[in-house]
Ligand binder design. Structure first.
Ligand SMILES: [Zn+2]
Length: 230
């Protein structure tokens, strides 16, 4: 059984790899709120346990064993978030911090009961896929909302769960997973992205638009559906 800290590292490595591809010591230090030197030391420990490999230029990568543990912790986290929201009515901006603690202590029996009670759910309240019991996980193609061009239509797939303030902001505007959006305009120099969603227009700051992942709506011929502005 790993310590909570080591489990958090494996989870962070998995998540950063999903978001940005390459996992650097700096990115890990930022995510975990610790000094880079601390990260280096802990990575050595994880490498000795054969859970990660750290190669120059390629960054940190999980081994098969490391990935398995990361996905198990992530499964706990996402099931707990959904349970807190659906069974206990905890708002979506407050479930993440609770799940951060519970994910390390959840027994396999309780995990199965929660999964059963929720009807074997596939996504957490923020739209993130829940890994299956066997460690498989759905990874559909997603882009950041800020990467779309005016005219393009998409469906919100997932929002970042790390900032409660952002979640309250998005929730107040009805910007939840599975909501359809269309980009109306995009200001240059990091200016706002104007979208239509849920029948209203919203000028989203670039920081918010960077933390919303969408699935592009494609025409039948497979090209991204875009207006004349493309
Ligand atoms: Zn979370």
């Amino acid at each position: 059984m790993l310590t909570q800290t080591l489990e958090d590292y494996l989870k962070a490595i998995y998540e950063i790899a999903q978001e940005r591809g390459k996992v650097t010591t700096t990115a890990l230090a930022e995510r975990l709120g610790v000094a880079p030197a601390t990260v280096t030391g802990t990575l050595k420990k994880l490498a000795r346990l054969k859970l990660v490999v750290h190669r120059p230029y390629r960054g940190v990568e999980l081994t098969e064993a490391g990935r398995k543990i990361a996905l198990e912790v992530i499964r706990h986290h996402r099931l707990i978030e959904l349970y807190l929201q659906q069974a206990l009515g905890v708002p979506w901006d407050r479930v993440h911090d609770e799940a951060e603690k519970w994910e390390h202590v959840l027994s396999e029996e309780l995990e199965d009961r929660i999964d059963e009670l929720l009807g074997h759910p596939t996504h957490d309240p923020h739209g993130a896929p829940i890994p299956a019991r066997d460690g498989t996980i759905a990874q559909p193609e997603r882009v950041r909302l800020s990467e779309l061009v005016p005219g393009q239509r998409a469906v919100i797939a997932e929002v970042s769960d790390h900032d409660p303030e952002l979640l309250r902001y998005l929730g107040a505007r009805g910007l939840y997973p599975r909501v359809a959006v269309q980009v109306l305009a995009k200001e240059p120099f990091g200016g706002p992205v104007v979208v239509r969603a849920a029948g209203r227009e919203h000028a989203l700051g670039r920081e918010a638009a960077d933390h919303i992942w969408v699935e592009e709506v494609r025409d039948r011929d497979g090209t991204a559906a875009a207006g004349a502005a493309r």
